[in-house]
Design a protein around this ligand. Structure first.
Ligand code: SF4
Ligand code: SF4
Length: 337
């Protein structure tokens, strides 16, 4: 599989990165051995770049993959920690639970505006210290919005003017001139992008890559919503010259075979495409939902609302099947299946 340098990090990554979220408790809930076996299967096919996060609950799956494959993959992880102490715990947890001393990419998770980034500056500064000590190799953030990407570009360009166009709104850019990697949502339809249109994100990501920031795209297939046109989506995404790699969630060997073929520009085996298309995902809300509203508050896409029956309801046109709402539900009543 083709490898490209991840921005200026010096890390050569395969163009397909394994998104591990669907293996964990927010989606399939596979036992670590089973998930680890899938990861090792992908690693044997050149997909030795794994995307995880504290939220995903898949560190044990990564650890199993290391053992089964007999070698360490490249790993990207993320944390919602906003302060120094919280991030210190997150870094310790990731190293301890994956069994990896060095994490290749460590990101602030789901940063939606430049102000959110500033609110996480302490945590980012802690990551920079970890980078200096060699505990992590590259740092940055993931996002479903163009505004933070634009802000990182402004930070890289050295200072930000205090004018109407200043994405940092005159507050300065904090430590973000040091960002190495951005993990933005990138798909042809702009699904899941919270401050569209899609062209805005494309412009911002291209500008970030021009400033040397590695771009790890996410949700090329819109969380599975774009599977019916997967060949077109993949062709569109792979033609974007500024994206170093794409993280794609996979849950079966058939999906791995299909996505490896897509990324390598080979014809997708019909059987694999059929099997993947047949495994259509959806958000399932159980009838024991108590209507507490925690999931509604958690969904940044406005895809959830309380129904007249006092239970959570999903607007499928807005849902990107990320599964993040599942983590907010104490009653395990909502899940991507
Ligand atoms: S968080 Fe769970 S219990 Fe609360 S409204 Fe959502 S699905 Fe229902
Ligand atoms: S409803 Fe849940 S799965 Fe759908 S976009 Fe919102 S957080 Fe993600």
């Amino acid at each position: 599989m083709e490898r490209r340098p991840l921005g200026r990090t010096g890390i050569p990554v395969p163009r397909l990165c394994y998104g591990t979220l669907p293996l964990g408790p927010l989606q399939a809930g596979l036992p670590p051995e089973e998930g680890g076996a899938l990861l090792a299967y992908a690693m044997d096919r050149g997909v030795d770049f794994l995307d995880t996060a504290e939220l995903y609950g898949t560190y044990a799956h990564v650890r199993a993959a290391v053992r089964l494959a007999g070698r360490a993959p490249l790993v990207c992880t993320k944390s919602y920690a906003w302060d120094r102490g919280g991030m210190a715990e997150s870094v310790d947890k990731a190293r301890r639970e994956t069994g990896l001393d060095v994490l290749d990419v460590f990101l602030l998770h789901e940063q939606e505006t430049p102000l959110t980034l500033l609110g996480h500056a302490q945590a980012f500064e802690y990551l920079l210290e970890c980078r200096a000590k060699g505990l992590v190799r590259a740092v940055g953030f993931s996002t479903h919005a163009a505004a933070p990407v634009e802000a990182a570009v402004a930070a890289k360009r050295g200072g930000v003017a205090e004018d109407a166009d200043d994405p940092w709104q005159g507050l300065g850019c904090g430590p973000y001139a040091e960002a190495d990697v951005i993990h933005p949502i990138l798909n042809r339809a702009g699904l899941g992008l919270i401050d569209g249109p899609p062209e805005r994100m494309l412009r911002a990501a291209a500008a970030a890559r021009a400033e040397g920031i590695g771009i790890l795209g996410m949700k090329m297939l819109g969380g599975g919503n774009l599977l019916p046109t997967l060949r077109e989506e993949a062709a569109w995404a792979l033609a974007l010259p500024f994206v170093d790699a794409f993280a794609v969630g996979m849950q079966t060997r058939a999906e791995i075979d299909m996505d490896v073929a897509l990324i390598e520009g080979r014809p997708v085996p019909e059987e694999a495409a059929r099997a993947a298309a047949a495994r259509e995902k959806r958000l399932w809300i159980h009838d024991w939902c108590t209507g507490c509203g925690a999931c509604v508050e958690r969904c940044t896409r406005g895809a959830l609302a309380m129904g007249e029956d006092g239970k959570s309801r999903v607007d499928r046109s807005k849902c990107v099947l990320c599964g993040y709402c599942a983590a907010a539900c104490r009653d395990f009543a909502i899940k991507v299946v």
